[in-house]
Design a protein around this ligand. Structure first.
Ligand code: GRF
Length: 224
């Protein structure tokens, strides 16, 4: 019988607002069996509730404001450097309202996930909920996808659908989508076995450094 090794992924979560997706991840990570830990929270602005959530949970945070840098490229490079300092396995954009750039993707391409409040490839961009409503769709939802150089255009990892009610406005629909979005994000990131091995060994391996998979394992806890 093969058995599973649990891989603990180190997450850096980037935020710009309320941080309810961040909170869902923090809560899930309290269970060791979830297989992930939030090692840092990064923001593009001060004074947001998401940063209070990080502080309450005792998670280190950092703020990198675009206007504090001479160019977008330099901000992007600083973001990549700062995130890399926490040695993350995955970067999660959870309501992060900035596009990451070339330099960031050179470091984190393929291991940066974003969540979007619409069923991509429909309704990308900042107003996914508003645009879906305006189009008159009867079903919308949310998407977790791998970030690439496009706008909400990378490979789709997971989706959940949400029906649109006749009396929905942007706020009510977004709140309902966010309930599905939190569950989707939490379900996508954690509780992924790293690999299986034949049962020729009688016991699981000794404790590993968080984030380092056993030899020969894929370090990604999700697959596209
Ligand atoms: C989410 O719906 C996300 O998809 C969108 O902004 C919202 C962020 O919510 N980009 P929160 O900050 O996690 O509460």
């Amino acid at each position: 019988m093969p058995y599973c090794y649990q891989v603990t992924s180190r997450l850096v979560v980037l935020v710009s607002g309320a941080g309810t997706n961040l909170q869902a991840l923090i809560d899930a990570c309290r269970d060791e069996a979830y297989g992930a830990q939030v090692v840092a929270v990064g923001a593009d602005r001060p004074g947001i509730t998401a940063l209070d959530r990080a502080e309450r949970a005792g998670i280190p945070s950092f703020i990198l404001r675009l206007p504090d840098y001479p160019s977008r490229e330099e901000w992007d490079a600083a973001l990549a450097r700062t995130c890399a300092g926490y040695q993350p396995d995955l970067i999660i954009l959870a309501g992060f309202m900035k596009l990451v750039g070339k330099e960031f993707l050179e470091v984190f391409g393929g291991r940066c996930l974003n969540t979007h409040p619409a069923l991509l490839p429909s309704f990308p961009g900042t107003h996914g909920v508003r645009d879906a409503l305006a189009h008159g769709v009867k079903v919308t939802g949310c998407t977790v996808f791998i970030v690439d150089e496009g706008v909400d255009a990378g490979p789709i990892v997971a989706q959940a659908s949400v029906p649109v009610a006749d009396d929905d406005d942007e706020a009510t629909l977004h709140e309902r989508i966010k309930v599905a979005e939190r569950a989707l994000l939490v379900g996508t990131i954690g509780r992924r076995p790293g690999c299986t091995r034949p049962a020729s060994r009688s016991s699981p391996p000794a404790i590993r450094r968080p984030g380092s998979p056993p030899p020969g394992c894929r370090s990604r806890p999700w697959r596209n």
